[in-house]
Design a protein around this ligand. Structure first.
Ligand SMILES: NC(=O)c1ccc[n+]([C@@H]2O[C@H](COP(=O)([O-])OP(=O)(O)OC[C@H]3O[C@@H](n4cnc5c(N)ncnc54)[C@H](OP(=O)(O)O)[C@@H]3O)[C@@H](O)[C@H]2O)c1
Length: 292
């Protein structure tokens, strides 16, 4: 895809979830591009974003704040952290974007949307609403992020990692590859009317015992993966301080891993960005100190 060559010299890209994992990587990815960036955040703060990024205070829980937040935006990157209000909030953002004259929405969805499991079913509902609106859009459906392993880091460091994923395999993806793909979709000058979806994955699928073996190799000590029931894992996560809702989402995800529901490998990151997807091994090496 070619890069931006719009009639407007500097199109305005609004980024919802700008301080999040993908949003922050997207701002870094777009830093050298000829676009004006507007970060939508509940907590504007000069320390949180690069100086060139305009910050607008917005709380998606308060729809009245959305129109002003999107004023002048040509394109919208749409993401929100997983929340029980995600469906109504993202639908309100879509409607506000249409009303504000936004030409194209790049929505962060999830690979696995047929699953009857939060947040996949939420994304299905948001995508269905987007399809009813007269606006171009790109759905990015990434597999589970490598960051999924971060919550396990303290257990891995203590040598008692485990979960409910069994020997099922999952293709984990680097959030920077999701952001690089979002960048290409946002900058594409021809895509305003398009309605399309991309499944984003890393280069291969892994079982959790295979991840444990890779960590063992990198750390120079044995890391195991204890097989636990879903009930046991949920109780452990709650005991470790995770809210019940978040523990339920995480165990649901581990059961999706168990069934290898997210094992597919696609070439989409390479096709969109022109570079190969980052490997899980490279990500583990970058973050190895957290697992020691
Ligand atoms: N984790 C995975 O493995 C995975 C895989 C595939 C898809 N996804 C999808 O990715 C999305 C999450 O993306 P992410 O991980 O980049 O997000 P994240 O790191 O959880 O960050 C979410 C951002 O949303 C903003 N936000 C949350 N509630 C808000 C509100 N009420 N009003 C305004 N802003 C709000 C926050 O910004 P402020 O604090 O600055 O306001 C925060 O920076 C979810 O839809 C999830 O289903 C995740």
């Amino acid at each position: 895809m070619s890069h931006l060559a719009s009639a407007r010299p500097r199109p305005c890209v609004a980024i919802a979830g700008a301080s999040g994992r993908v949003g922050a990587a997207l701002i870094a990815s777009l830093a050298a591009d000829p676009v004006d960036l507007v970060a939508l955040t509940r907590k504007p703060d000069p320390a949180r974003f690069p100086a060139a990024v305009t910050q607008r205070a917005v709380d998606f829980d308060t729809p009245a704040t959305l129109a002003a937040a999107l004023d002048g935006a040509d394109r919208l990157f749409l993401a929100q952290g997983t929340s029980p209000r995600q469906v109504e909030n993202e639908i309100a953002l879509i409607d506000a974007a249409v009303a504000a004259g936004v030409k194209h929405i790049v929505k962060l969805s999830a690979f696995g949307t047929p699953l009857q499991l939060h947040p996949f079913d939420w994304h299905t509902r948001i995508e269905a609403h987007l399809a009813t609106r007269d606006i171009g859009y790109t759905l990015l459906r990434p597999s589970t992020f490598n960051d999924f392993l971060l919550r396990a880091a303290p257990e891995i460091a203590k040598g008692n990692w485990g979960g409910a994923a069994g020997n099922g395999v999952v293709n984990l993806v680097d959030t920077r590859d999701v952001a690089d793909s979002a960048r290409v979709a946002l900058l594409d000058p021809d895509s305003s009317d398009w309605q399309r979806a991309f499944h984003l994955t890393g280069p291969r699928a892994w079982s959790m015992p295979q991840v444990a073996a890779e960590l063992s190799r990198l750390l120079g000590r044995t890391v195991g993966y204890e097989q636990r029931s879903a009930e046991d894992q949920r109780a452990r996560l709650v005991a470790a301080g995770l809210p019940d809702f978040a523990a339920g989402v995480r165990v649901g995800l581990e059961r999706a891993f168990y069934e290898s529901a997210l094992q597919e490998t696609t070439s989409t990151v390479q096709l969109l960005t022109g570079h190969a997807p980052r490997t899980l091994t490279a990500w583990l090496e970058e973050n190895l100190a957290l697992f020691r």
